[in-house]
Design a protein. Structure first.
Length: 214
């Protein structure tokens, strides 16, 4: 059972993806193409990958049981993990928040993968007529940084500088009142007996997307 769905990309915010809504018509021949099927598959595999990396298999499976009966008192800790929690002056916004870290990773991957299309001659960049193409690199970089901030409050040990100092990517490990998934699970590990913090997968700075989307 998924935590996020297509509606996360249909709202008027930074995660909006055009054609993420199916528009049924009476005549199938007149239907316009959309991204719903591709996006749903991307949501399925991305969410599962993130949660397995963070929670490992036993806690992930228990989370799946909790999602099917989220109001059951037995799953109170998982309900807070999904819907959010406030504790000790900190705020965990939850995996189901409108700006979920899962949604940002899906958005990043969607932009990255759809920026190129496969053709018989190989991978080609999408082109348009009577319009100006704008690079998605900054959107990819911003989504990547939002994911890392939500997942592990990630940071680079050193700034990455492009174009002779014109643009700098630099994560900082701040004392933001909003905690990351890693921080929340560290603080609340006693509430998740099947969870092992030592196996929480940490992404290194080589896996982040920079301002050029690479």
């Amino acid at each position: 059972m998924n935590i996020i769905d297509l509606t996360y990309f249909q709202k008027a915010n930074v995660l909006n993806i055009p054609l993420s809504v199916s528009a049924p018509v009476a005549n199938a021949a007149l239907a316009t193409p959309d991204n719903t099927d591709y996006l749903q598959l991307l949501i399925d595999r991305t969410e599962k990958s993130i949660l397995l990396n963070a929670l490992q298999l036993d806690a992930y499976n228990e989370l799946q049981l909790a999602l099917a009966d989220i109001n059951n008192p037995l799953y109170a800790s998982y309900k807070k993990l999904v819907q959010g929690d406030e504790y000790d002056g900190k705020v965990w916004k939850g995996l189901q928040d409108d700006y979920s870290l899962i949604a940002f990773k899906v958005y990043e991957l969607f932009l990255t993968e759809t920026n190129e299309r496969l053709a018989s001659a190989g991978a080609v960049r999408v082109n348009v007529e009577a319009a100006t193409l704008v690079t998605p690199a900054y959107k990819i970089a911003n989504a990547s940084q939002e994911f890392y901030k939500g997942y592990q409050n990630g940071y680079c040990y050193y700034p990455t500088i492009y174009l002779d100092g014109f643009f700098i990517d630099w994560f900082t490990n701040t004392t933001d009142v909003h905690v990351s998934l890693w921080q929340y699970m560290t603080d609340k590990k006693a509430d998740f007996p099947l969870f092992n913090i030592d196996k929480f997968f940490i992404y290194d700075e080589l896996q982040e997307k920079n301002s050029f989307g690479i």
